[in-house]
Every structure is written in C-alpha cells, then in structure tokens.
Design a protein around this ligand. Structure first.
Ligand code: PRX
Length: 661
C-alpha cells in the first residue's frame, strides 16, 4: 500500500440553515447522534427496526444478521420479498399510481413521462416476455442499454422474476462485454439498436454481435433489442427479438416472484488491483433497504421533490440512485440520455430549470468541466438559468476539490443548498460517509461523517486504530445490510480483497486512504491505496490497462500510473517498452502512442485510453526486477526525482522516461 500524504486543512464551515433544518428528515446533530447511538447500543435491533419499517416482506425475516460464516454475512435471513414490487406495487398501493415516476429527457431533448402505474405495466410486459423466452429465477441477464426508461424497466423486469441482472456500461468494448457475459454465464442480453450521445448515433447491437462471436457465450439464447433509433441492425433469426415485439404481445399482469432476502439482485463489475474486473454481487433485501434509507437520510427526500441523479445505469450510482432508491422511495425523478455538454454546456442547468429539479446529484468531473465551459461562455453559466427550484445538491465518485465545491455551492446552489459529498463504492451498495443536509456542518472537500450504523474508521497497516489527524487506511468495522456479498464465482478473492488477513480478517477494506479531522472527526478521503485509478469518477485498474497494452503485438512491457489532472481527477499515463527498438523519431513515437491509445480504447473502452504514453528502452526496476511505480508516478507528474535511486538496476532510464514524447 502506497504512502498516504497529508492534506491541507480546510477551515470553511457551512452550517445547515434553520429553514432546511426545520423540515429535514434528520434534523440537527442530536438526531443524527441519537441514531448512531441506537446502532452502537443495539446493532441488530437498529437494523431490524429499519428493515421492518421500510421494506415489505412477503415472509418476515427471522434473524437480522447471521455472522456464522463471516465475512459472508447474511442479512434479514428467512425473509422473502420482491425488490421490484417494493418499488412499484408498494407505492401504487399507497396511492402513488398516478404520480410521475420518471421524467425522461432524450439526447435530442424529447421528454417522456411515465407514472408508477405505467412503469409497472411496462415492467410486467417485459418480465412476461423474459419468462416466455425461458428466463428463470437465478438466471443471469446482461443489460447493455442506453439511458432510457426501457433500461430501468429491463432491470426491474429481471428483479421481478428473480433473474440476476448485470448491467454493462454502454461505453465498454465488445471484449469487455464478452468477458462479463462469460463470467456471469448470462442466458440473455438486453440491448438497443444504437445509443445516442451528443447528437451522435453509436452502435450497441453490433457490439453485442461482436461480443457473442468472440466465443464462450454459448449460454446466451436470446438478444432482446430496444429500438432506440430504428437503425438497420442485423437480427439473427431464432436468437434476436425486438423488445416491443416481445413485450407487446404479453399480459400486463406479472406476479412478482418472491425471493429470499439474500437472493442476488445484481452483479456489477468493477476494477480491482489485478487484471480481471470483479463481479460485485449484491443482495435483495439489504441492498434495497440502504438504497431507500439513504434517499430519505442523505437526500432528505420529500413527496414533492424532483430528484435528479445524472449517473448512468451502467454504474452503481445509477443502480442505487436511479433504478432502485428513488423508485423505492416513491419519488419523481429525472433520467437523462446524452452528455452534459450537448446541445451546449448549459444542459444540466436548463434541465433543472425546465423540470424544476429540487435535488441534483452529479460528479465532480462534470462540475469541473462545466466550470470551464461557463467561464468561456456566459450563456451556459448557471447564473443564466433559473435554478431556484433546487434545495439540495450532491457529489459522488471522486474527491471534490474545495474550489469546485465552492463554485457549485455559490453558482448552482445559490449559497442556499447544502451539498452532500457522498463517499461510497460499488461494493458498499449505497452511501457510507456523507453529510446529512439538515444536520451536519459542511466542510468543502470532506465527506464528513459516517451514516448511522456505518462503523467507519481509520487504521494502520496492522488494523490498529489511528488517532484523528493521522492518515491511514479506511475500513468499516461492522457489516452493513447493503454490503457486497461476494465476488461472483470467486469467494476467495472476495475474502482476500475486502477482509485481508493483514488487517486481522474482520475489517472491511475500502481500498482508500483517509484522515479524520482532529477537531470534529470529519473524514477526508485521500484516494486509492491500491493500483486503482479514478478517472472522471470511473474506476480503472492499472493492471487491466497494462494487460491490454501488452496484448498488443508491438509491446513487450507496460506500466500504468495515475497523474493528478485538473479536469478528470486523475489521468492515465502509460510507460511502454516496445519489442523492437524505441523509435528515435518524435513523430513516429507520437504515431505509435496514438495507435496504442486506440488499441486500449477498442480493447476495454474509451474511458480506459491513456492520456499519455511514453516509450522507454526499459522501465525503472529494482535489482530483483520489481517495477518502481513510485518513481513512475513522480515522472508522470514531471517531478524531479529526489528519492533514493541506488536500488535501481538502471537509473539512466529515468532521464529518458522523464520527458514527454
Ligand atoms: O476512491 C473512492 C472514490 O471512488 C471509489 C469507488 O468507485 P466506484 O466503485 O466506481 O463507485 C463510485 C460511485 C460510488 C472509492 O473507493 N470515491 C467515491 N466517492 C467519493 C470518492 N472519493 C472521494 N470522495 C467521494 N465522495
């Protein structure tokens, strides 16, 4: 684990306004502390109470937490429920049938709204369609869809019949898609003919065809195609079927299949520190409980709110805060297709104004890019829009730098809206450390305090507690309902990755460094301590990119590191040794670098493309042959090497690699 550097001390504090506090679901620090105390005092009683108050079980659970096979924890055992029914029927039965569930805005600006009742009808028809194809409880279904009502409905259709979905982000390559289809053993793929981003039509179905042709996908019996653009895509007879044809002829009634609390709801792949992405497996009851509760606690959701999370359903944020949390909470939410910069960089502000969004949740990368755009053009500056509907804002996915926080606070929130900087992960299922907007004093750049019941701590490399003020390893000391259950098909890796023996085998290792403030105990996340990068809020494993590079026939060896980047948080820098000689010619090196960037883009997806590739005759290694990544990180940043290089086998290489190509 690499060294953790200290962070500067932020002294600005923003207390919740009396007005916000008065109406908040958790009002004031005393209310927050009371919940924390309840969890400390009676851990299982606390979670049992919340599950009973928030979820609708068809069969009540008999035990809150089963720790007999830790760290394979089981929550709400003996209970049965259906996640989709807990989102749809539960709210329809409570009188919300005609409430708008989703306001969908397409890339070109067309708006479609569906009520809870209408959404249930769509989900039922599609669920019946899946059943008619022979998809059963426990089967895996890969979803490779654009942002759409149909994408959300596809996830719910799976949940409704107890099928396990695995959504693959639409920016991933055929190879990455194939890997996930093979690893899950999917029986069906749900996709669209095309996706539309920034006015451009991009393929989806042809990528599915390519993925399936790569082999190992024999379990896939059907490909269901949502007609997004109507583009002419090849349909393989007997295998491929259009969604409207499949669902169109089905009944609009589909009894939800009740599943065990622990039944896997979904598998979502994320990058780890080794080459192969990890299939993070989530449960039904525990996962849903936390998605719903955090809507109430972190987002202070009220019946009249218009909630907007700008994430994609291909990431966990889209799962918890689009597909499940808001619908379980009976919210009206906005779902958008496209990018924040099309038709111009005012799209977010324009949409907030037109749809009267009250809660807005986005990523620091988006904010940073919009700051830049609005500095260049007043017309797309948030001040040119009526954002008075907003009452709360959130940030997710990466550290938000205090300057971006302040800009967001002033220009988007009008110094009126609290910002919840939510720290969490694919593995945690929902928020872990975040301010509560009606309670916690906000400090720019800090995710502040753990939610009630989340026993987060900072420890040293042996798992011992560290005092506040000292940077260390972020862990969670007790399980929580929405935690990862296992890595699909690889329980050993689950144990080793998240409950390592070095820390005593009982602490959940988040993989981030953190420090707590000496005065108020606030957490500040200091970035990953493993070989995982965070580029524009997307997690990328350095080994994944290295494996891709060395799979190219020209490449002998590659090492990938991250470099701080003003816009994307971190940027990917690759150091490459070619099988042949390093070209002396600048132009030739630039051409090769472009070729390799394109290769990685094709192999994994555009988000994994290195920003910079440097070629060397060799890589800096110790005499035992270990690549010294610490030095590479310094070189990538353009720093002078001041570290001791006497253990290097080939110190001269640093000069060559220190220069940009
Ligand atoms: O490094 C942390 C960073 O994103 C990682 C989790 O990435 P992923 O599983 O893709 O989930 C992203 C959406 C929840 C974490 O290990 N991270 C996430 N949120 C924050 C953050 N870093 C700092 N502050 C945050 N609020």
């Amino acid at each position: 684990m690499s060294a953790i550097q200290s962070v500067s001390h932020e002294t600005r504090v923003f207390n919740p306004s009396e007005e916000f506090k008065r109406q908040a679901n958790i009002s004031g620090m005393a209310a927050y502390k009371a919940l924390c105390d309840e969890a400390e005092r009676d851990f299982t009683g606390f979670w049992g109470r919340l599950a009973n108050e928030n979820l609708k079980f068809s069969k009540p659970f008999t035990q809150v937490l089963d720790e007999t096979n830790a760290p394979f924890y089981k929550w709400f055992t003996g209970g049965e429920l259906n996640v989709s029914a807990n989102c749809l029927e539960k709210n329809i039965d409570a009188g919300l049938g005609d409430k708008v569930a989703i306001i969908f805005e397409a890339d070109g600006g067309e708006v479609t709204k569906v009520t809870y009742k209408e959404l249930l009808t769509r989900v039922n028809k599609l669920a019946n369609g899946l059943k008619s194809l022979g998809v059963n409880k426990g089967d895996r279904v890969v979803i490779y869809m654009p942002m759409s009502i149909e994408g959300v409905a596809a996830m719910h259709a799976c949940a409704r019949i107890g099928a396990i979905h695995s959504v693959v982000f639409g920016g991933f390559s055929a190879k990455a898609l194939q890997d996930r289809i093979v690893d899950t053993g999917a029986v069906a793929v749900i996709t669209a003919d095309q996706q539309v981003r920034g006015g451009k039509q991009l393929p989806l179905k042809t990528i599915v065809d390519e993925a399936l042709s790569l082999g190992g996908c024999e379990a896939v019996k059907n490909v269901i195609v949502y007609k997004r653009t109507g583009a002419d895509v090849g349909m393989q007879a007997g295998r491929d079927v259009y969604m409207h044809e499949l669902a169109g002829k089905q009944s609009d009634q589909c009894a939800p299949v009740m599943v065990d609390s622990e039944h896997p709801l979904f598998i979502l792949y994320t990058s780890g520190s080794t080459g192969k992405p990890k299939g993070v497996q989530h449960s039904s009851a525990g996962y849903l409980l936390w998605a719903l509760l955090t809507m109430k606690w972190t987002f202070d959701l009220k019946p009249n709110d218009v909630f907007w999370c700008t994430a994609d359903i291909g990431w966990v944020t889209g799962h918890s805060y689009i597909t499940y949390g808001p619908l379980a909470a009976g919210a009206t939410q906005i779902v958008f297709e496209g990018v924040p910069t099309f038709p111009n960089a005012g799209r977010f502000w324009d949409m907030i104004a037109r749809h009267k969004a009250t809660i807005f949740y986005t990523a620091p990368t988006a904010i940073r890019s919009l700051i830049k755009a609005s500095e260049a053009d007043e017309k797309v500056h948030p001040k040119s829009y009526d954002l008075s509907s907003l009452r709360l804002m959130g940030s997710v996915g990466e550290p938000i730098n205090p300057e971006a926080w302040m800009w967001y606070y002033k220009n988007v929130g009008g110094e009126r809206c609290p910002i919840v900087d939510t720290f969490w992960q694919t593995e945690t299922g929902g928020h872990m450390i975040t301010p509560l907007p009606g309670a916690t004093p906000l400090v720019p750049g800090s995710c502040t305090l753990p939610l009630p019941g989340i026993m987060a701590a900072v420890v040293d490399e042996t798992g011992g507690d560290l005092p506040n003020g000292q940077g260390g390893i972020l862990v969670v000391k007790r399980p929580w309902p929405s935690m990862i259950r296992t890595i699909w098909g690889d329980p050993d890796r689950f144990k080793k990755s998240y409950f390592p023996e070095e820390l005593g085998g009982k602490l959940y290792l988040a993989g981030d460094g953190a420090v707590r403030d000496k005065d108020n105990g606030n957490f500040t996340i200091m970035g990953r301590i493993d070989d995982v990068l965070n580029v524009s809020g997307h997690r990328m494993g350095t080994m994944e990119i290295e494996s891709s590079l060395v799979a190219n026939e020209l490449v002998a060896e590659a090492a990938v590191v991250g470099r701080p980047d003003d816009l994307t948080g971190e940027a990917i820098v690759a150091f490459v040794v070619l099988k042949g000689d390093r070209p002396a010619d600048d132009e030739l090196r630039a051409k090769l670098a472009n070729e390799l960037k394109g290769w990685v883009g094709k192999d994994i997806g555009p988000i994994a493309k290195p920003k910079e590739i440097r070629f060397g005759d060799n890589l800096p290694k110790t005499r035992s042959g270990k690549i010294m990544r610490r030095l590479l990180r310094s070189l990538a940043k353009g720093e002078q090497i001041t570290q001791d290089t006497s253990t290097l086998e080939n110190p001269a290489i640093l000069d060559q690699l220190g220069k940009a190509n």
